[in-house]
Design a protein around this ligand. Sequence first.
Ligand SMILES: [Zn+2]
Length: 323
Amino acid sequence: MKIERKVPLIIQKLDALLRRISPTHPKIQRIKEELRKRSSGHRGEESSDFHLSYLPENRYFILNGLRLPDEKGHFFQIDTLILSTSVFLLLEVKNYSGMLTFDQNTKQLIREIDDREDIFPDPITQVNRQQNQLSTLIQKAKFPQIPIIPFVVISNPRTGFRTLSNQPDITKKVLHAATLPERIEGISLRFQKEIVSQKDVKRLSRLLIKKDTSLDTNILEQFGLDQSEITRGVHCPSCYKIPMMRLRGKWSCAYCESIYKDAHIHTLYDYALLIDTTITNKQCTEFLQTSRSIAKGLLISQNLPFTGSYKDRKYHLPSPNSL
Ligand SMILES: [Zn+2]
């Protein structure tokens, strides 16, 4: 069983923000840089998913991008969790380029690239902590104790890694994504004893999926932006220009000449991603930059659930998590 990896909510929010903020806004570079970092991480995870697709499907359950609560009420994230009846594997995927040095004394990762050095927290420490947090969660769920093996996965095949001299070997903990299938098969030969049944593994995966909570940040707050800085109007789903014109019951783009019947739905998603997951008729009129009666007609035609009486009715937009 495999759970498809969704585009993380934060990437959807940054995309929506970038198409709805002036290209000359002083914070635009910061927003672009954040999107670049997040997208690079996501691409790294997707490339590791590609290598995992070579594993025999009937033996492993693969869960992607979990964000789970620990016993202190904090959340921890697992890029990929591979479950079998004899052993679990926990992967932390890093899409770094350059040359990486794992310094196990200072617990830092030093990356050399283009004649400069960047320092990151040690991913081995990070993945060991996730292993403990997951182990506690599994124990609390009265699930039998099963070995959990953590790995740091380097997704870029051109990235080198090493330790400082006299430090213990890290190749048991750090590997390149392309070697995942053979490493996992090797581990499953070492852990042949079945500890739980297939049914138990399914039950645990269902529990983890239930506990999975995506991080839902308020993106405007994160960048210190005000709602008034967000461009209103229906965006073109093809070229992303704003606004589209309403002509004979359809949306028309003056830039790329696309015509859409339902472009407003994409704009309402942007509203949900950037501002709020509920919307009134008045807010919809303003955000779509259309007339009250058109906004009302469009909201009603979406068959959205709503609360409140006729006058102050709030329509509930699809949760960004489900987009
Ligand atoms: Zn267009």
